[in-house]
Write a protein that binds this ligand. Structure first.
Ligand code: HEC
Ligand code: CU
Length: 416
């Protein structure tokens, strides 16, 4: 008898200790502290309120358990039959009220700080698309798109838990295996020590820009502009994700913020401007067919392959094949229109805003000459540029002087 009791006690002790294992990972379970002053204040507030809740929980359940134990039937306790106690009612109204007010004051203080956009030193407009982010540095005019890194995107097509090294023996993930599906092609680079105002909106459905370490999370709603700000003190890479169920691939629009010292940021912005100008200029010259095909292959792999597949074979019933496609081997205008404007109501999205003229021309030329589509056709970037400007195509060829003075168009590649 004694031994069975002690065995039972030992077992309970072991069971009680099991959750201790979880303590080791408490940091991963809890809200992160983050790297901004606000994120630290949010964290402190969260912990304070958490401890208040724990204290209330312990007090309420403690009283309940103790009174149930002391007044249990087997002890022969007679139930009291009193009604209405004004004192008790006043106490249990006033005490929670005081606790609520005591919690609301610091909470309101932090919330007001979070909504204070005064004195921001730079603004970045963040637009959500299915499934990429557009970043526009309003102070310098630099703008680009950021989407799931192509290598990661390819890997996920093979299944969510592939061994990256095995799946792509030749591909280098730059040691990024541990950030599988959280890597982007173009990072959002920002300076440390500057109050940055973010303006959030979306171009299709509702997205939500969420970077935990910055304590920044705002819905991006078409037709609305939401504000947010962050002042990052420590250089580093901070990762986030779209926190809205924004469509089939909503899990694949990661966010990567790289905070760098001011001088490094200035160099980066300057390089970005040069690259954007170079990109815009590329639309004004005639390209060799082979060059377009070569560039088009890269654009295809980064932007189209996830649906239309590596050999252009598509996925029957979901994504049409490009190999032998009527569109990719037929009328060029239809092909251009499909890529630039998408097909409404399908997964084929509009690429005119996402890709540069040079990239659109290249990918169309590639599709018309790859996968056995031997049309021999060439589509020049100037053709796309003219279309975009509402000019008739055949005049495009003698317009380089005119178009060169137009504002630079957004571009995605060549700017890394
Ligand atoms: C998210 C998936 C997806 C991506 C990415 C995508 N497409 Fe599509 N694409 C589709 C779907 C779906 C259709 C069929 C639309 C329809 O129903 O007409 C399509 C149709 C097409 C067609 C017409 C094919 C035919 O024979 O009907 C072309 C050409 C095309 N896409 C080119 C591209 C190019 C170029 C890119 C990359 C810049 C691209 N697509 C990226 C999903 C995608
Ligand atoms: Cu989204």
């Amino acid at each position: 008898m004694t031994s069975s009791v002690s065995r039972w006690a030992l077992l309970s002790l072991v069971l009680l200790m099991l959750p201790l294992g979880a303590w080791a990972d408490w940091g991963a379970l809890n809200m992160p502290r983050g790297v901004t002053q606000i994120s630290n204040e949010v964290y402190t507030l969260h912990m304070r309120i958490f401890y208040v809740c724990v204290a209330i929980g312990v007090a309420v359940f403690g009283v309940m358990i103790v009174s149930m134990y002391l007044h249990r039937k087997s002890r022969g306790v007679k139930p009291a039959d009193f009604h209405e106690s004004t004192t008790v009612e006043i106490v249990w109204t006033v005490v929670p009220l005081i606790i609520l007010i005591a919690m609301a004051i610091p909470a309101a203080r932090v919330l007001i700080k979070m909504e204070d956009f005064s004195d921001s030193e730079m603004s970045i407009k963040v637009t959500g698309y299915q499934w990429r982010w557009q970043y526009e540095y309003l102070d310098s005019g630099v703008s680009f798109y950021s989407q799931l890194d192509a290598a990661h995107n390819q890997a996920r097509q093979q299944g969510a838990d592939v061994d990256l090294a095995k799946a792509f023996p030749g591909t280098s993930f730059h040691g990024e295996e541990d950030v599988y599906l959280r890597q982007v092609d173009n990072e959002l680079v920002v300076p440390v020590g500057k109050k940055i105002r973010f303006l959030h909106t979306a171009a299709d459905v509702i997205h939500s820009w969420w970077v935990e370490d910055l304590a920044v999370k705002k819905d991006a709603i078409p037709g609305f502009i939401n504000e947010n700000w962050a002042l990052i003190e420590k250089p580093g890479i901070y990762r986030g994700k779209c926190a809205e169920l924004c469509g089939r691939d909503h899990g694949f629009m990661p966010i990567v913020v790289r905070a760098v010292p001011q001088e490094e940021f200035d160099t980066w912005i300057a390089d970005k401007k040069v690259a954007m100008a170079a990109n815009a200029a590329q639309a004004d010259r005639q390209w060799a067919h082979q060059q377009l095909v070569a560039n088009g292959k890269q654009v295809y792999e980064a932007n189209c392959m996830s649906c239309h597949q590596a050999e252009g074979q598509g996925i029957p019933g979901m994504f049409p094949a490009i190999a032998g496609s009527d569109v990719a081997t037929g009328n060029i205008d239809t092909h251009v229109d499909t890529v630039m404007n998408g097909v409404a109501g399908t997964m084929m999205s509009k690429f005119s805003q996402v890709l540069s003229d040079a990239d659109i021309a290249a990918v169309i030329t590639y599709q018309r000459n790859a996968f056995g589509n031997d049309t021999g056709d060439t589509v020049q970037p100037l053709h796309i540029k003219s279309l975009r400007m509402g000019l008739s195509t055949d005049k495009g060829a003698d317009l380089p002087g005119k178009v060169a003075s137009m504002p630079a168009l957004n571009s995605n590649t060549g700017v890394n």
